[in-house]
Unconditional design. Sequence first.
Length: 463
Amino acid sequence: MTSTGNFLQHPNDNDVRPSLSSEELKRWKKQITANPYRNYLYSYPHKTAYREFQPPIPLEQLWLEEPADSFFLYMHIPFCGARCGFCNLFTLPDKRADVHATYVDALERQAKQWSAFTGHKPYARFAIGGGTPTLLAAPQLSRLFRIAREIMGLDTALASISVETSPETITEEKLAILKDNTVDRVSMGIQSFVAAESAAIYRPQNPEVVYRALELLGKYQFPILNLDLIYGLPGQSVESWLYSLNQALLYEPEEIFLYPLYTREHTIVKPGDLLRQQDLRHDCYTAACQLLAEHGYRQYSMRRFAKETAGTSKAILGYSCQEEGMVGLGCGARSYTREVHYASRYGVSRKATESIIADYVSSESYDTADYGIVLSREEQKRRFILKAVLHSEGLKLADYSGRFSASLWNDYPELDLLLQSGLGEVEEGILRLTPEGLGYSDSIGDWFISGEIRERMEGFILP
Ligand code: SF4
């Protein structure tokens, strides 16, 4: 190994990797570990990096050229009973049934236009998310499945199907609709089993309602029940957090997502509101990892834990998360092709979401992408890496070279810092985070964002 300035030349390849002194390496690691919750990259690039397309891109051309073998159909229902204090998703508190029906009318018009562009590939996955999809009345919920099958061409026998729900909105009638439509996974956001903690995030929730919903879900025996919980809530302690987690475990969910609490200047709970209390998020995370391992859950990412046996009996078509082909119907849904990500405009305030939804439902034409980002080859590479490395499956180095005809280490020598710091490792040609590194997924993701995307995200002003 030879040293050239701040980089090392490895003897077996032409790869160049950063060579830091042990002090510099310590400083780098501290920078990653000192603030683990600086940015949540649930997609890359984030929607705040999207801009108007001038001119808009015709969808026909975009989807015709999409190389993925199968697609992922997503429907977004941007309505909730009320906005949770931490939420920065695209959703509008609105319970009116006529507003929902008008929205599904628009979604159906959109589906009729899009099916002509996307109908040439089968769907391996279908998800209805939000917002709160089960806020819709039963007939509208049924309609979504009809649109998926009869207009978009979804074969429910070959696709895994997932629906998000909430304790206050599920009923026997709605669960029967999900069951009839062979839903494989039902995901319910609970966040906390402690009433005072739920109230502190503006989500007043009587634990009795949660227990009733869980009993009801138990009766329908979906192949995968997922429960979402949040740690770092105002007034929460590690003990009360483990109490909530233990309550969830009583219902033996196949999957559990654990989210650290994030607040932003535009969320109802502000970052300043949490300054008075000690930040226990990493302690809660560590305690949860241990408890879930004791209960036989495998960790798949910083947020996702599941039983290895979790799954459906359907013969699902192949779908690689590394590929694209996500067809997002509805206002606020994102669509991904390999080179273009697009959506409707993004907003969080009531005024902004109301106006964006009003534009969507009054539209007659949905055949262009107007707002999004064209991914340069550089951003396609970063996305490919982030999607793989932040999950326990890791990144197969051969997949990267196969897709980009390039060496990962030559392209991004700085990734070697993960190995040198013990936050990552390479085993049998796969780069993955170590258990320690997984706990810092958010700060590692934030560190790896390109300068250009960071600039676009920071330049975004929420309307
Ligand atoms: S967190 Fe979920 S339930 Fe709460 S407002 Fe946001 S989308 Fe609705």
